[in-house]
Design a protein around this ligand. Sequence first.
Ligand code: PGA
Length: 252
Amino acid sequence: MARAKLLVANWKLNHYRQDALSFAEQIKGRIKKTASLDIAVAPVATLLHEVGCALRETSVDLAAQNVSGFHAGAFTGEISAQHLKEQDVKYCIVGHSERRSLFGEKDADIGKKVAALNEQSIIPIVCVGETLAERQSNLWQQVLARQCEGAFALLGPKAEVVIAYEPIWAIGTGVAAHHTDAEEAHNFIRQELVKYLGQERSLTSRIIYGGSVSVENIGTFMEQPNIDGALVGKASLQVSSFLSMVEVLGGR
Ligand code: PGA
């Protein structure tokens, strides 16, 4: 089953306007379009429009970092999936562990967000992953199964989704998961997806890895049969390392 790889730069709360636009300018003309690689950049919400405009002539797509589960109404501070659609957003990260742990997002909230994105034909990038304690006590499968259920229970089998396996202990620590452990988790997630999306969608859905991905280790992850790309934080902030990762994935 040939799945195009997906590289997503998760800028988190980094890059103010000038740096974000300069990043976009610098990558212009330096990435080739290929059918085997999709690339997206996720700036903060206020920069979606301008970064999107700056990347318009490129093959790099726009991703948001979060979305409301509500469509409209008295929800101060929220941004709906339709608002993101108006900015030509193609993907939206949902349920990142920082949102789960720092902002109290629950599996059920994430399910609503995924459904709201699906209604607007924005592809959710659903983050799942266990803590170090959960891995050490061999609870990781239970955790991933519960997170998948929360995220996908409201979806029909036609929905296009991306799952990002991000073990919490690997995010921002410089200690990535071992590629064989990651492959095992991705394979497990793919089996879980069958329950919600069916066999065919499970095989065509991309499951990407995140957590201390670097120029040095990205190639090894990509060689694993069930690892279809990467969600990259720190190493995606510099143009040079971002382009080096694109190169490893065959996009230069
Ligand atoms: P990291 O972040 O690459 O800095 O570990 C990944 C993520 O949080 O998505």
